[in-house]
Design a protein around this ligand. Structure first.
Ligand SMILES: Nc1ncnc2c1ncn2[C@@H]1O[C@H](COP(=O)(O)OP(=O)(O)OP(=O)(O)O)[C@@H](O)[C@H]1O
Ligand SMILES: [Mg+2]
Length: 206
């Protein structure tokens, strides 16, 4: 049966890297899938992505959230739901939890938190699993410092990464469908742990 899997976590924790692990697993098991990312997924969404992540745009947290939601809603209706309906597994690189963490909790914006609750009532019905990757902020910073191009969230420094980590912990610590993986060590160790979890997800029938 098709599954909707969201991969979440702070900057440079290894989401994009470990999505490759998920892809290779699904290919090996001949499970049809699509991978989509936030913000993005549709060409409209990719245009919005470039506006939000632009270092020169000093936009309000609520403005960013509304743009994220505009992109997300298109992606959800036009890409994610049709894929699930056609029996495909959907892997999404970040979803609405990122907005709650970045703009709602760390950005300290009550309206963003309210918007989260409204959309969470819709989205959480279709999300099967959240793969939550984390590492300590020092390691995140080391990894993103190696990048030649950084976006507006990546360039905010260690204190910001600390806040992101705390916010992620606060939202995921009591959720049942969260699979938490520490990516502080070597990529291959994370890969092995992730593959074990994926086997459980795809061989346990509910
Ligand atoms: N255990 C690990 N798992 C995943 N990536 C790792 C691990 N150890 C080191 N890395 C490295 O950390 C970096 C993580 O980058 P990656 O782009 O995958 O993170 P990300 O979570 O997708 O970041 P962003 O939030 O900016 O999209 C890569 O250079 C990757 O090779
Ligand atoms: Mg990434």
């Amino acid at each position: 049966m098709s599954k909707f899997i969201v991969v979440e976590g702070s900057e440079g924790v290894g989401k994009s890297t470990q999505i490759k692990t998920i892809k290779s697993f699904l290919e090996e098991y001949k499970i049809e899938y699509i991978v989509t990312r936030e913000p993005g997924g549709t060409s409209f969404g990719e245009s919005i992505r470039s506006i939000i992540l632009d270092q020169n745009n000093d936009t309000d947290n609520l403005t960013d959230s509304l743009l994220f939601y505009a992109s997300r809603y298109e992606n959800y209706n036009k890409v994610i739901l049709p894929a699930l309906k056609n029996g495909k597994t959907v892997i999404c690189d970040r979803f609405h939890y990122s907005t709650l963490v970045y703009q709602g909790i760390v950005g300290d914006d009550e309206l963003v938190k309210k918007i989260h609750n409204i959309f969470d009532a819709i989205f959480s019905k279709s999300i099967d699993h959240i793969i939550y990757l984390y590492t300590d902020p020092e390691e995140s910073l080391k990894r993103i410092s190696r990048r030649s191009i950084t976006d507006k969230f990546e360039s905010r420094g260690l204190e910001y990464l600390n806040k992101l980590n705390k916010a992620y912990e606060s939202i995921f610590s009591d959720m049942e469908n969260v699979i938490k993986l520490n990516t502080s060590r070597d990529k291959e160790i994370t890969k092995k742990n992730l593959l074990e979890k994926l086997k459980t997800i795809f061989t346990t029938h509910d």
